[in-house]
Design a binder for this molecule. Structure first.
Ligand SMILES: Nc1ncnc2c1ncn2[C@@H]1O[C@H](COP(=O)(O)OP(=O)(O)OP(=O)(O)O)[C@@H](O)[C@H]1O
Ligand SMILES: [Mg+2]
Length: 510
């Protein structure tokens, strides 16, 4: 019995759930990255534009004569100007730096300023641009936050008591930051977020639907395979996968392969059952065929022993001869069984050589001369036509010829004829082969027997009844030998004649 461990239907479908989860996580992840990138690039874009627009802002302010009265720094006046500028444009913050970056003047409550010095390197880089927009945005220290940098505009200035100073203008100061924060919650940002969410949801639904479509067939295939294992590997409509008409993708290919594999297993299973039946029948036949001559042998030997004194010499001789015949028969039968077993197990490997079939036939005929003569049967084999050599195991082919001629002699009445002929065919589909035909003038083979005569232990019903000297293995051996040679043997009844057996072997190239 097959193990029924796959009976959990809930598990069929977990692939879909996994795929859906992956898709969902992916959508969430890519949506967040998208929003983040949009925010950063919008900010950078804004900073670049603002800095470009205000490239010469600091220069323009520094040009104002007001800034440096008598070329002296008037700090209160300066801070007033700074204050005024910042009132006019709340997004800027103006500072005065000395040549070390120290903040000298500003307009703000003192506690708001968190730095004493500003790093001058970006300031100098900015001034080196000389009004040409280079690689912007450039950022420098924000005096109001020790950890932050901001875009700026700057210009060098000189005054009495101030050896090389800088006017330093932070663009997008605190007031600007507040506006940006306000914008973050604006309708524009919200509606673009909603738009993104909507498009992601549509993609998600479309993805889920597509996955559903694919996994549905996979689920169907899984159910079919599950049915197959649950039904103890029996084929039925429930265990056959029907591919969708419109598609022929990997899932359908898998389904078709499964069908083919299951059909194959089915076929092999019935072959196995059939050969098992044949094996049982064969064992029954073998024991019967061994027992019959053995029982006779025992019977005659027993009689000889028990009635030894009352039997005449001729009777004794007769009994001994019969016992001998049965013993020989047993020997032949065991020999035949042994031979078939060897042929089956491939223990008997072919030892192929090139030889003349005509000559081999003449040799075999010589062996049967005496028994043919006894029945006044003529064996005709006229091979005047030149034939190519054949390739095969000469010993085994001799056995084939012996079995066929032996059968023919037995089934041909007195004064009959057995004819052997050869034919060489080299046209397709025969591809250079020599055909051997053995025809007799006997009774022929009953139509009902014809399909079975090459089966092991198959004998015509009549011959089975008459004592059973013959086991019905001769033609099975012939068939097996020719199979090993890649050839074939067929039997038919010739009109107005007896049976005809034809077999073929490969010929040498001549
Ligand atoms: N030339 C033939 N004419 C008519 N029937 C034949 C001929 N050759 C074989 N048969 C039939 O085919 C059956 C099988 O032949 P096969 O040679 O396998 O067995 P067998 O001759 O009966 O026994 P074994 O060859 O083992 O001694 C025979 O019993 C017979 O009925
Ligand atoms: Mg035979």
């Amino acid at each position: 019995m097959a193990e029924k461990t796959h009976k959990n239907p809930e598990r069929v479908g977990s692939l879909y759930r996994k795929l859906a989860l992956v898709l969902f996580v992916f959508a969430l992840f890519s949506g967040s990255i998208f929003l983040y990138v949009v925010r950063i690039s919008a900010e950078l874009y804004h900073q670049e534009i603002t800095q470009k627009l205000n490239l010469s802002l600091a220069v323009n302010i520094s040009k104002e004569a007001l800034l440096l009265e008598d070329e002296q720094i008037n700090r209160p006046a300066l801070e007033n100007i700074f204050h005024m500028l910042m009132v006019i444009n709340p997004s800027i913050e103006v500072y005065l730096l000395d040549n070390q970056g120290k903040i000298l003047a500003f307009s703000a409550a003192k506690e708001k300023i968190k730095r004493e010095f500003v790093d001058l390197k970006p300031v100098k880089d900015f001034i080196a641009l000389e009004g040409q927009p280079g690689k912007l945005p450039l950022k420098a220290d924000d005096p109001r936050d020790p950890n932050r940098q901001k875009i700026f505009s700057a210009a060098p200035i000189s005054a009495k008591g101030l050896n090389e100073g800088y006017l330093y203008v932070i663009l997008g100061g605190e007031a600007f930051d507040n506006v940006v924060d306000m914008l973050k919650g604006s309708d524009i940002m919200r509606s673009s977020a909603v738009g993104l969410l909507a498009s992601l949801s549509i993609a998600l639904i479309a993805g889920l639907a597509t996955f559903g479509l694919f996994t549905r067939r996979l689920r169907r295939l899984t159910v079919v395979i599950q049915n197959y294992t649950d039904s103890d590997f029996k084929r039925s409509d429930k265990t056959r996968y029907l591919p969708e008409k419109s598609s022929s993708d990997e899932i359908d290919a898998l389904g078709r392969h499964f069908n083919r594999m299951a059909d194959h297993i089915d076929q092999q299973w019935s072959d196995l059952k059939r050969s098992d039946e044949a094996r049982r029948e064969m064992v029954a036949n073998v024991s019967h065929d061994l027992r019959t001559p053995l029982a006779s042998l025992n019977g005659y030997l027993e009689t000889l022993m028990m009635k030894n004194n009352s039997l005449s010499e001729t009777e004794k001789q007769e009994y001994l001869e019969t016992a001998m015949r049965h013993s020989k028969r047993l020997g032949v039968l065991i020999e035949e069984l042994f031979e078939l077993a060897k042929l089956d197990s491939y223990q008997k490997l072919l030892n192929p050589s090139e030889f003349s079939m005509g000559e081999l036939i003449q040799d075999v005929i010589q062996k049967f001369k005496l028994s043919a003569h006894e029945k006044k049967i003529q064996i005709v084999a006229d091979f005047t036509k030149k034939m190519p050599f054949v390739i095969g195991d000469i010993g085994m082919i001799q056995r084939v010829l012996e079995n066929l001629i032996e059968n023919a002699l037995r089934h041909t009445p007195n004064e009959g004829v057995i004819e052997l002929s050869l034919m060489h065919l080299s046209d397709p589909p025969h591809q250079n082969r020599v055909f051997v035909k053995v025809t007799d003038s006997g009774t022929g083979i009953a139509e009902a027997d014809l399909p079975h005569i090459f089966e092991r232990f198959y004998r015509h019903q009549k011959s089975r009844q008459d004592g059973g000297y013959h086991a019905g293995l001769g033609l099975a051996i012939v068939k097996r030998i020719l199979e090993l040679h890649g050839g074939e043997v067929t039997a038919k009844n010739e009109t107005h004649q007896g049976a005809a057996f034809i077999f073929d072997l490969p010929a040498t190239d001549t």
